[in-house]
Design a protein around this ligand. Sequence first.
Ligand SMILES: [Zn+2]
Length: 272
Amino acid sequence: MKEIEAQYASERLAQLKSEYQVDVLADWGKGDSSNGGSWQLGSWAGDELDRLHDWIAVLAESIGGKDRVCQFLGGVTVQKTDIGSHAGEALAHKVSFAKNGSISAWTVIHEFSHAWDANYDWKLSRLIEKYTGGFTSPFLSHIKRSLGLWDAGPQGKENKPGRNGRKPGCNAAGYFYGDKPGGSDWNFNRKEDFAEAVAMYVGWEKNNALSDHANKRIIRYEKLKNGEKDGFGVADNWEDYAKYFYPEAGDYAKTKRWQFVDDLVNGKLGIT
Ligand SMILES: [Zn+2]
Protein backbone atom coordinates (compact mmCIF):
# COMPACT_ATOMS: atom_id res chain seq x y z
CA MET A 1 0.00 0.00 0.00
CA LYS A 2 1.52 3.23 -1.15
CA GLU A 3 1.07 6.39 0.86
CA ILE A 4 -0.93 7.96 -1.96
CA GLU A 5 -3.44 5.06 -1.77
CA ALA A 6 -3.90 5.20 2.01
CA GLN A 7 -6.79 7.64 2.11
CA TYR A 8 -8.81 5.55 -0.33
CA ALA A 9 -7.87 2.40 1.61
CA SER A 10 -9.18 3.82 4.84
CA GLU A 11 -12.54 4.45 3.18
CA ARG A 12 -12.59 0.83 2.03
CA LEU A 13 -11.77 -0.36 5.54
CA ALA A 14 -14.67 1.65 6.92
CA GLN A 15 -16.99 0.20 4.28
CA LEU A 16 -15.93 -3.41 5.00
CA LYS A 17 -16.57 -2.75 8.67
CA SER A 18 -19.96 -1.11 8.28
CA GLU A 19 -21.35 -3.45 5.61
CA TYR A 20 -19.95 -6.80 6.72
CA GLN A 21 -18.40 -6.35 10.19
CA VAL A 22 -15.08 -7.20 8.57
CA ASP A 23 -12.03 -5.59 10.17
CA VAL A 24 -8.87 -5.62 8.10
CA LEU A 25 -5.76 -5.14 10.23
CA ALA A 26 -3.82 -2.42 8.46
CA ASP A 27 -0.12 -3.24 8.32
CA TRP A 28 0.74 -0.16 6.28
CA GLY A 29 1.19 3.39 7.49
CA LYS A 30 3.60 5.97 8.70
CA GLY A 31 6.47 4.38 10.58
CA ASP A 32 7.59 5.41 14.04
CA SER A 33 10.98 6.58 15.29
CA SER A 34 12.45 3.06 14.94
CA ASN A 35 12.36 3.38 11.16
CA GLY A 36 12.76 7.11 10.94
CA GLY A 37 9.07 7.74 10.32
CA SER A 38 9.24 6.47 6.76
CA TRP A 39 6.17 4.98 5.07
CA GLN A 40 5.62 1.27 5.70
CA LEU A 41 4.12 -0.45 2.65
CA GLY A 42 2.80 -3.47 4.55
CA SER A 43 1.62 -6.54 2.67
CA TRP A 44 -1.63 -5.41 1.07
CA ALA A 45 -1.61 -4.10 -2.50
CA GLY A 46 -3.56 -0.92 -3.11
CA ASP A 47 -6.35 -2.58 -5.08
CA GLU A 48 -6.56 -5.71 -2.93
CA LEU A 49 -9.05 -4.19 -0.53
CA ASP A 50 -11.32 -3.45 -3.48
CA ARG A 51 -11.13 -7.08 -4.52
CA LEU A 52 -11.71 -8.29 -0.96
CA HIS A 53 -14.78 -6.08 -0.80
CA ASP A 54 -16.05 -7.24 -4.20
CA TRP A 55 -15.68 -10.91 -3.30
CA ILE A 56 -17.40 -10.58 0.05
CA ALA A 57 -20.18 -8.84 -1.88
CA VAL A 58 -20.37 -11.90 -4.16
CA LEU A 59 -20.71 -14.12 -1.10
CA ALA A 60 -23.39 -11.83 0.33
CA GLU A 61 -25.36 -11.92 -2.91
CA SER A 62 -25.28 -15.72 -2.97
CA ILE A 63 -26.42 -16.21 0.60
CA GLY A 64 -29.16 -13.60 0.74
CA GLY A 65 -27.59 -10.25 1.49
CA LYS A 66 -25.13 -8.28 3.56
CA ASP A 67 -26.93 -8.94 6.83
CA ARG A 68 -26.44 -12.67 6.34
CA VAL A 69 -22.67 -12.26 6.21
CA CYS A 70 -22.84 -10.44 9.55
CA GLN A 71 -25.27 -12.96 11.00
CA PHE A 72 -23.51 -16.13 9.80
CA LEU A 73 -19.93 -15.07 10.50
CA GLY A 74 -20.57 -12.80 13.46
CA GLY A 75 -17.81 -10.37 12.54
CA VAL A 76 -14.36 -11.25 11.22
CA THR A 77 -10.89 -9.80 11.64
CA VAL A 78 -8.75 -10.25 8.53
CA GLN A 79 -4.98 -10.11 8.49
CA LYS A 80 -2.05 -10.96 6.28
CA THR A 81 0.58 -12.90 8.12
CA ASP A 82 3.17 -15.63 7.79
CA ILE A 83 1.22 -18.90 7.60
CA GLY A 84 3.81 -21.13 5.95
CA SER A 85 2.77 -22.79 2.71
CA HIS A 86 -0.97 -22.18 3.16
CA ALA A 87 -2.84 -19.53 1.18
CA GLY A 88 -5.22 -18.95 4.07
CA GLU A 89 -6.35 -20.06 7.50
CA ALA A 90 -9.47 -19.44 9.52
CA LEU A 91 -10.95 -19.69 12.98
CA ALA A 92 -14.12 -18.18 14.36
CA HIS A 93 -13.99 -14.41 13.79
CA LYS A 94 -10.52 -14.57 12.34
CA VAL A 95 -9.21 -15.09 8.80
CA SER A 96 -5.54 -14.99 7.83
CA PHE A 97 -4.05 -14.79 4.36
CA ALA A 98 -0.46 -15.43 3.33
CA LYS A 99 1.71 -12.37 3.69
CA ASN A 100 3.67 -12.93 0.52
CA GLY A 101 0.88 -13.46 -1.95
CA SER A 102 -2.18 -11.77 -3.30
CA ILE A 103 -5.60 -13.07 -2.30
CA SER A 104 -7.85 -14.93 -4.76
CA ALA A 105 -11.63 -14.97 -4.88
CA TRP A 106 -11.77 -18.71 -4.23
CA THR A 107 -9.47 -18.51 -1.20
CA VAL A 108 -11.42 -15.60 0.28
CA ILE A 109 -14.76 -17.42 0.05
CA HIS A 110 -13.19 -20.69 1.20
CA GLU A 111 -11.64 -19.12 4.31
CA PHE A 112 -14.71 -17.06 5.12
CA SER A 113 -16.71 -20.30 4.95
CA HIS A 114 -14.41 -21.87 7.54
CA ALA A 115 -14.99 -18.82 9.76
CA TRP A 116 -18.73 -19.28 9.25
CA ASP A 117 -18.51 -22.98 10.21
CA ALA A 118 -16.30 -22.12 13.20
CA ASN A 119 -18.81 -19.52 14.36
CA TYR A 120 -21.26 -22.43 14.68
CA ASP A 121 -18.73 -24.56 16.58
CA TRP A 122 -17.94 -26.50 13.36
CA LYS A 123 -21.45 -27.89 13.36
CA LEU A 124 -22.02 -27.04 9.69
CA SER A 125 -19.25 -29.34 8.52
CA ARG A 126 -20.60 -32.18 10.67
CA LEU A 127 -23.99 -31.55 9.10
CA ILE A 128 -22.75 -31.57 5.52
CA GLU A 129 -20.94 -34.85 6.17
CA LYS A 130 -24.18 -36.41 7.38
CA TYR A 131 -26.41 -34.76 4.75
CA THR A 132 -24.28 -36.05 1.91
CA GLY A 133 -24.03 -39.58 3.36
CA GLY A 134 -20.36 -39.49 4.35
CA PHE A 135 -18.49 -40.53 7.48
CA THR A 136 -15.02 -40.29 8.99
CA SER A 137 -13.20 -43.48 9.93
CA PRO A 138 -9.41 -43.58 10.26
CA PHE A 139 -9.82 -47.28 11.01
CA LEU A 140 -11.54 -48.13 7.73
CA SER A 141 -9.12 -45.87 5.93
CA HIS A 142 -6.27 -47.87 7.41
CA ILE A 143 -7.86 -51.12 6.21
CA LYS A 144 -8.21 -49.69 2.71
CA ARG A 145 -4.60 -48.63 2.81
CA SER A 146 -3.35 -52.02 4.00
CA LEU A 147 -5.32 -53.76 1.25
CA GLY A 148 -3.89 -51.38 -1.33
CA LEU A 149 -7.42 -50.31 -2.27
CA TRP A 150 -6.52 -46.71 -2.64
CA ASP A 151 -5.06 -44.09 -4.86
CA ALA A 152 -2.09 -42.87 -2.83
CA GLY A 153 1.26 -44.20 -1.71
CA PRO A 154 1.84 -46.03 1.57
CA GLN A 155 2.85 -42.75 3.23
CA GLY A 156 0.17 -40.62 1.64
CA LYS A 157 -0.20 -38.64 -1.54
CA GLU A 158 2.34 -38.74 -4.32
CA ASN A 159 2.43 -36.02 -6.91
CA LYS A 160 1.50 -38.11 -9.91
CA PRO A 161 -1.66 -39.20 -11.70
CA GLY A 162 -3.74 -41.71 -9.76
CA ARG A 163 -1.74 -41.20 -6.55
CA ASN A 164 -3.13 -37.97 -5.08
CA GLY A 165 -5.51 -39.60 -2.63
CA ARG A 166 -8.87 -38.59 -4.11
CA LYS A 167 -11.01 -41.68 -3.51
CA PRO A 168 -13.39 -41.82 -0.52
CA GLY A 169 -11.41 -42.50 2.66
CA CYS A 170 -8.07 -42.08 0.89
CA ASN A 171 -6.94 -38.98 2.73
CA ALA A 172 -5.18 -37.99 5.92
CA ALA A 173 -8.45 -37.69 7.85
CA GLY A 174 -10.00 -41.01 6.78
CA TYR A 175 -12.89 -39.00 5.39
CA PHE A 176 -15.27 -41.10 3.32
CA TYR A 177 -17.19 -38.40 1.51
CA GLY A 178 -20.67 -39.21 0.28
CA ASP A 179 -22.32 -38.20 -3.00
CA LYS A 180 -20.14 -36.20 -5.40
CA PRO A 181 -17.95 -33.35 -4.20
CA GLY A 182 -16.39 -30.92 -6.70
CA GLY A 183 -13.04 -32.45 -5.87
CA SER A 184 -11.07 -34.20 -3.18
CA ASP A 185 -7.42 -34.57 -2.27
CA TRP A 186 -5.18 -35.76 0.54
CA ASN A 187 -6.23 -32.83 2.78
CA PHE A 188 -9.95 -33.35 2.30
CA ASN A 189 -12.07 -33.69 5.43
CA ARG A 190 -15.51 -32.52 6.53
CA LYS A 191 -14.32 -28.95 7.20
CA GLU A 192 -12.67 -28.62 3.80
CA ASP A 193 -15.77 -30.20 2.32
CA PHE A 194 -18.00 -27.48 3.78
CA ALA A 195 -15.71 -24.64 2.69
CA GLU A 196 -15.39 -26.03 -0.84
CA ALA A 197 -19.12 -26.69 -1.06
CA VAL A 198 -19.89 -23.06 -0.23
CA ALA A 199 -17.34 -21.83 -2.80
CA MET A 200 -18.83 -24.14 -5.45
CA TYR A 201 -22.34 -22.97 -4.58
CA VAL A 202 -21.32 -19.32 -4.86
CA GLY A 203 -19.65 -19.80 -8.22
CA TRP A 204 -21.73 -22.45 -9.95
CA GLU A 205 -23.60 -21.25 -13.05
CA LYS A 206 -23.26 -17.61 -12.05
CA ASN A 207 -21.19 -15.01 -13.71
CA ASN A 208 -18.98 -14.02 -10.82
CA ALA A 209 -15.35 -14.20 -9.73
CA LEU A 210 -15.70 -17.87 -8.69
CA SER A 211 -17.62 -19.18 -11.69
CA ASP A 212 -14.66 -20.00 -13.91
CA HIS A 213 -12.99 -21.93 -11.10
CA ALA A 214 -16.22 -23.79 -10.29
CA ASN A 215 -16.72 -24.71 -13.93
CA LYS A 216 -13.14 -26.00 -14.28
CA ARG A 217 -13.77 -28.29 -11.32
CA ILE A 218 -16.51 -30.09 -13.22
CA ILE A 219 -15.59 -30.00 -16.90
CA ARG A 220 -12.32 -31.83 -16.36
CA TYR A 221 -14.31 -35.04 -15.89
CA GLU A 222 -16.11 -34.74 -19.19
CA LYS A 223 -13.36 -33.42 -21.41
CA LEU A 224 -10.07 -34.89 -20.29
CA LYS A 225 -8.34 -38.18 -20.93
CA ASN A 226 -6.31 -39.86 -18.22
CA GLY A 227 -3.00 -38.09 -17.67
CA GLU A 228 -4.08 -34.76 -19.15
CA LYS A 229 -3.83 -31.47 -17.29
CA ASP A 230 -6.97 -29.80 -15.99
CA GLY A 231 -7.71 -26.08 -15.95
CA PHE A 232 -5.47 -25.69 -12.89
CA GLY A 233 -2.50 -27.36 -14.56
CA VAL A 234 -2.87 -30.62 -12.61
CA ALA A 235 -2.39 -33.88 -14.50
CA ASP A 236 -4.46 -36.77 -13.17
CA ASN A 237 -6.58 -39.68 -14.31
CA TRP A 238 -9.72 -37.59 -14.70
CA GLU A 239 -11.58 -40.25 -16.70
CA ASP A 240 -11.14 -42.76 -13.87
CA TYR A 241 -12.25 -40.21 -11.29
CA ALA A 242 -15.40 -39.15 -13.11
CA LYS A 243 -17.52 -41.73 -11.28
CA TYR A 244 -16.61 -40.17 -7.92
CA PHE A 245 -17.02 -36.53 -8.89
CA TYR A 246 -18.91 -35.91 -12.12
CA PRO A 247 -22.46 -34.82 -11.24
CA GLU A 248 -25.61 -35.98 -13.00
CA ALA A 249 -25.71 -34.39 -16.48
CA GLY A 250 -22.65 -32.34 -15.52
CA ASP A 251 -24.84 -30.15 -13.34
CA TYR A 252 -23.34 -29.45 -9.93
CA ALA A 253 -26.69 -28.02 -8.79
CA LYS A 254 -28.00 -31.59 -8.85
CA THR A 255 -25.59 -32.68 -6.11
CA LYS A 256 -26.39 -33.06 -2.44
CA ARG A 257 -23.73 -30.47 -1.58
CA TRP A 258 -25.35 -27.78 -3.68
CA GLN A 259 -28.69 -28.65 -2.08
CA PHE A 260 -27.19 -28.59 1.40
CA VAL A 261 -25.83 -25.06 1.03
CA ASP A 262 -29.08 -23.94 -0.59
CA ASP A 263 -31.09 -25.40 2.30
CA LEU A 264 -28.69 -23.89 4.82
CA VAL A 265 -28.89 -20.34 3.48
CA ASN A 266 -32.66 -20.59 3.07
CA GLY A 267 -33.12 -21.60 6.70
CA LYS A 268 -34.39 -25.10 5.86
CA LEU A 269 -31.94 -26.85 8.16
CA GLY A 270 -33.23 -25.12 11.27
CA ILE A 271 -29.99 -23.21 11.75
CA THR A 272 -30.15 -19.46 12.13
ZN1 LIG B 1 -9.63 -24.91 4.07
